[in-house]
Ligand binder design. Structure first.
Ligand code: SF4
Length: 181
């Protein structure tokens, strides 16, 4: 029987959530017996396969128009979508931009910063235009499972994937997965 396929992609964020996925350590070997990883920053394949995957994982917030396109493509091509990490769940650290506003942040970064010479605010639609408000993934597509944390622990990710492989979609992860030190 073909293994269930998993695809992962980053939106606006750091790669801490993917590092936490790798932190599953040796258990990832057992996981690879059970699932096939398709697109991900680890395999360096950019898009989930057209024929679809069982589980899609998005990390990072929705910060620009390109993020929306990527999130919609993942949603269309997966059966179960996981928003992994605080950024994907509610905007996380990226959403602090909302406090000052996108225009003010761009102005400060590209025009007013002390080291700027001949400043210019970038604006290339092909690269994605910044949105006025940073949001979590659930604000643009339906999400089946949220796993908060910055990053979520490897155990939380492993638990969620194990449950999904057993045919269960955990609505809420057990509280021990949300203890941070
Ligand atoms: S939730 Fe934290 S670790 Fe994950 S992408 Fe955002 S900032 Fe990085």
């Amino acid at each position: 029987m073909a293994k269930p396929k998993v695809a992962t992609t980053s939106l606006a964020g750091c790669f801490g959530c993917h590092m936490s996925l790798l932190d599953i350590d040796e258990r990832i070997v057992g996981l690879l017996d059970l699932v096939e990883f398709t697109s991900s920053p680890v395999t360096d394949l950019k898009h989930p396969p057209k024929e679809g995957v069982t589980v899609g994982i998005l990390t990072g917030a929705v910060s620009n128009t390109h993020n929306i396109e990527v999130a919609k493509m993942m949603r269309e091509r997966c059966k179960i979508l996981i928003a992994l990490g605080d950024c994907a769940t509610f905007g996380g650290i990226v959403a602090t931009r909302n406090l000052a506003g996108t225009a003010a942040c761009l102005r400060r970064a590209y025009l007013e910063t002390e080291s700027v010479v001949d400043g210019l605010i970038p604006g290339c639609p092909e690269l994605g235009m910044p949105l006025d408000t940073v949001t979590g993934v659930g604000d643009v597509v339906k999400v089946d499972l949220f796993i908060p944390g910055c990053p979520p622990s490897a155990n939380a990710i492993y638990y969620a994937l194990s449950e999904l492989l057993a045919g269960r979609v955990p609505v809420v992860l057990p509280p021990e997965h949300f203890v941070y030190d």
